[in-house]
Design a protein around this ligand. Structure first.
Ligand code: DGL
Length: 281
């Protein structure tokens, strides 16, 4: 059997339906720079957020299987939709620790709301994430006082995938989705989809304009990286080699925007993107 120290040298597997999970890769690379990460974006089948839970579970199992074959030491589900509908199942089926993005996002949002003394958190997410009720459930486990107002924001995903992250079109879409949250007095808004941090600046400026005051935007990618550090240490799986880590990027299809967005997120270190076939990977 491999020692905990041997396992610690293994990569962290991360997957998302597309390029949104790169926001989680970026946060992990920043917080845990000695770790090796291997990423899978299921770009051939994005979006997941409009599909039935059964389909999302099937896709999630295929992604998890491809990553566990790479001898990963932990799996990060960098997709809110999969975290909402398939996290318990993946945790039960895999023999590596599995973490999603909803719990860390909820913890960060409750903390922000408590600091501001406000009782309403707004959540933007895909239709599947919102209809799963996963965010209200996660917040209810942390606070009985805080209410969660949810709004599906499906058009933000194709805008992010297209790299259309500023200007009139994303502003109008953001305004349409944010208005009910701001009208309900939510002063903390969770980006409950890993694609939305690509539109962070638009969402923040529109929310502040509509509210006429500061609004705290919670990006679950950052919160996930912090929780992952704690999980790896607790399990004795934190990388013990001090050298720089690495990032491997794989996708199931190569959209034009992937390399450009990867460059924006990972900067100069952006590795070559490799295309894989999930039926044989
Ligand atoms: N990455 C997905 C999520 O966080 C959004 C994109 C999709 O619908 O697949 O929910």
């Amino acid at each position: 059997m491999m020692s905990a120290d041997g396992q610690a040298q293994r990569p962290i597997g991360i997957f998302d339906s597309g390029l949104g999970g790169l926001t989680v890769v970026q946060a992990i690379r920043r917080d845990l720079p000695s770790e090796h990460v291997t990423y899978l974006g299921d770009t051939a089948r994005v979006p997941y957020g409009t599909r039935s839970p059964d389909t999302v579970v099937r896709y999630a199992r295929a992604c998890a299987r491809a990553l566990t074959r790479r001898q990963i030491k932990a799996l990060v589900v960098a997709c809110n939709t999969v975290s909402a509908v398939a996290l318990d199942l993946l945790s039960a089926e895999l023999d590596v620790p599995v973490m999603g993005v909803i719990e860390p996002g909820a913890v960060a949002a409750v903390q922000a709301a408590e600091e501001l003394g406000c009782e309403r958190i707004g959540v933007l997410g895909t239709a599947s994430t919102i209809s799963s009720g996963a965010y209200p459930a996660a917040v209810a486990r942390l606070s009985t006082r805080i209410e969660v107002i949810c709004e599906p924001a499906p058009l933000l995903v194709p805008l992010a995938e297209e790299g259309w992250t500023d200007g009139q079109v994303p502003e109008l879409a953001a305004e349409r989705y944010l208005r009910p949250l701001v009208d309900a007095n939510a002063r903390v808004i969770v980006l409950g989809c890993t694609h939305y941090p690509l539109l962070h600046d638009v969402i923040e400026s529109v929310a502040r304009r509509l509210a006429g005051r500061e609004i705290t935007i919670v990006d679950s990618a950052k919160a996930t990286a912090t929780s992952l550090g704690g999980l790896l240490s607790a399990k004795g799986l934190a990388q013990s080699e001090p050298g720089p880590g690495s990032a491997e990027l794989t996708v199931t299809d190569v959209p034009k925007s992937f390399a450009a967005v990867a460059g924006r997120f990972l900067g100069a270190e952006v590795p070559k993107v490799r295309q894989i076939d999930l039926t044989t990977a």
